[in-house]
Structures are given as structure tokens and as C-alpha cells.
Ligand binder design. Sequence first.
Ligand SMILES: C[S@@+](CC[C@H](N)C(=O)[O-])C[C@H]1O[C@@H](n2cnc3c(N)ncnc32)[C@H](O)[C@@H]1O
Length: 198
Amino acid sequence: METFVSQGDGHVAVLLHNGLTDGMAVYDLGCGCGRTAQALRRSGWKGTYIGADVVPELLQELARQCPDYATVLNTTPTIAAPDGSLDIVFHWSVFTHLFPAEAYLYTAEAFRALKPGGRMVFSFLEMEDSAHDRVWQANQRLLREGKAAAQLDAFLHRDWIRRFARDSGFLEPSFTDGSDDTYHPPFWQALAVMEKPV
Ligand SMILES: C[S@@+](CC[C@H](N)C(=O)[O-])C[C@H]1O[C@@H](n2cnc3c(N)ncnc32)[C@H](O)[C@@H]1O
């Protein structure tokens, strides 16, 4: 529980560093049971929150914890928001469980739904970070033992993310190493930020 709370607070710190202010509309893609939603509430932030996920039970728990926040069950690679309506689309450890083609489609959708100047902020696993190697090794071990991986653990390369951004129309993305604690607690997964041109 302590980790759940501190990680949620870390998510909010990343959002604040990336321009979150009161009055904004944010979209939490793959929101789970509301780790970030609960932290946003604790922080006193006032704005419009939409949490989307593919698992109804997780959304129900989020709605129970944060009754004033909207939840959306969405099983297609789309953002359930009108064109140009969002200030920030964020997702933590979601592209880590998707095939790259789905991440690519979500990126294009985020571009559509963001306002000019809006941002998509997200975390990802990368081969270049030795701390992420344990995920890679764990999957190798299972496969060597003839077992199926428990879940898809997808790694992305910064060059692929640059390509996703370019194809969608975003400006050149910026990146933060998972161990970087300059502006917020270290996230462990790497962070990418894409901005829609004004
Ligand atoms: C590792 S959990 C992270 C949850 C949350 N972002 C957090 O940090 O607490 C990944 C989440 O992504 C959701 N998810 C899986 N596939 C998805 C998809 N195709 N589209 C949207 N969300 C998805 C899962 O149901 C799960 O809630």
C-alpha cells in the first residue's frame, strides 16, 4: 500500500513537471485501479480526469475511490475523447504490455485528441537501461523452461518512439532515463514526452 501511494505521488510529480495545472483535462490510458487518480485527488488538483482501461473491475475500483472522476471501458486502440479536447494524455507501464503496432495507433489517437500544445507523457522499458534487464531475463528464463510468459513485456527503442511521434505529427520527443531524479523521484521505467505543435 505504501508503495502504491508513493508511486502514485511520483506519477503526479512527473505530471506537474510536464505542465499539469488546475483546470486541465487529462486522460489516463490504462488507468488500472486508479493509482494516479487517487494521487491526483490527494494532491488537491482540480480538473477533468478520464481513466480508460480494458478491465471493467479495475475501472469499478477507480470509480469507488474517486467518484467524481470519469471512467471509460475501451478495448480498441482509440482515445475516447473528442478531437482537440485534452491537455495531457498519460500512461504508465501500458506500452510495456502492448504490441508496438497498438502503441503506434494509440500515439496517433493521442495526437488527435490533444489540444495544440498538449502533451502525451508515458513510461516504457528499454534495452539500453540495464535496470530493465531483469524483465528481459525473467522472460528468457520462462521461455528456456518451455513455459509461456505470464504477460507480454514489450520493450521500445527511443528511435521507434521518435518514429511514432513523427508519423503522428508530434514535435521531436524528449526522454528521461529511469534513474533520473532531477525533477521528480526516479520513475524506474524510462519516460517519453511528445508535444502537439501549437
Ligand atoms: C501495469 S498496469 C498499469 C496501471 C496504471 N497505469 C498504473 O500505473 O497504476 C497496465 C494497465 O494497462 C491496462 N491495459 C492492458 N492492455 C491495454 C490496452 N490495450 N489498452 C488500454 N489499457 C490496457 C491493463 O488493464 C492495466 O490496467
